[in-house]
Design a binder for this molecule. Structure first.
Ligand code: HEC
Length: 191
């Protein structure tokens, strides 16, 4: 039986998760742990961003994504014993740039989407050098366009230019692949 990933109706900061992940079942339940870690990251960021948008609008929320996203990922990594992060072929934060393996998986996601697969269900897992690696695609939802779309409010554009001078993460359209979650179970943590 495939492990289930919680459906999140509203996703923020790129944390869209939906459907059932397609990783092959493994005896040590690494896929289930990876899915749970991705879900925890999504839920925590969603809560933070909702509060920030409610209190101060999208420009304030930008600051939350910038400051809190890495902190939250670090906390969930520490709690789960997994390395939890996000990446993209067109990153906003250069720290989120994909490594060679992640680039390959992201390109495969683009090809699978082009071949007709639903981006909400694109995931991939593999064991490489003893570590379990899981990636799940993050499609661009309507809410994402505020900060990643083709037409941004001038104040959002201005704040992005200050925070992310190397920003590549604008110009996305609804349904485009915005990036992916990356969950890694390090080899040392394996039994
Ligand atoms: C309020 C503005 C805002 C909204 C809305 C927003 N994002 Fe982001 N997003 C950001 C910022 C800022 C970063 C950079 C975070 C960092 O510094 O790690 C980011 C980073 C990301 C990343 C990590 C890779 C990268 O580019 O650095 C992904 C993936 C992502 N967003 C996807 C999405 C998706 C999908 C949505 C909609 C569900 C969304 N975002 C909504 C502002 C936003």
């Amino acid at each position: 039986m495939k492990p289930r990933i919680l459906m999140l109706a509203l996703a923020t900061c790129g944390l869209a998760l939906a459907g059932e992940e397609s990783a092959r079942p493994s005896p040590d339940s690494a896929p289930a742990a990876a899915a749970a870690a991705a879900q925890a990251l999504g839920a925590a960021l969603k809560a933070e961003l909702e509060a920030a948008v409610h209190n101060g609008g999208p420009v304030a929320a930008l600051g939350v994504c910038q400051l809190k996203a890495p902190d939250i990922a670090a906390r969930i990594s520490a709690e789960s014993g997994l390395r939890v992060s996000r990446t993209s072929l067109r990153p906003r934060n250069p720290d989120n740039a994909p490594n060679a393996w992640q680039t390959e998986v992201l390109r495969t996601f683009e090809a699978r989407k082009a071949a007709g697969e639903d981006p909400a269900y694109l995931s991939y897992s593999a064991v490489v050098d003893g570590e379990f690696r899981f990636m799940k695609a993050i499609p661009t939802a309507p809410v994402c366009l505020t900060c990643h779309g083709e037409r941004l409010a001038p104040e959002v554009t201005a704040r992005l230019a200050e925070l992310y001078p190397q920003d590549q993460a604008t110009g996305f359209r609804l349904g485009d692949l915005r990036g992916a979650f990356v969950i890694v179970k390090p080899a040392a943590a394996r039994p």
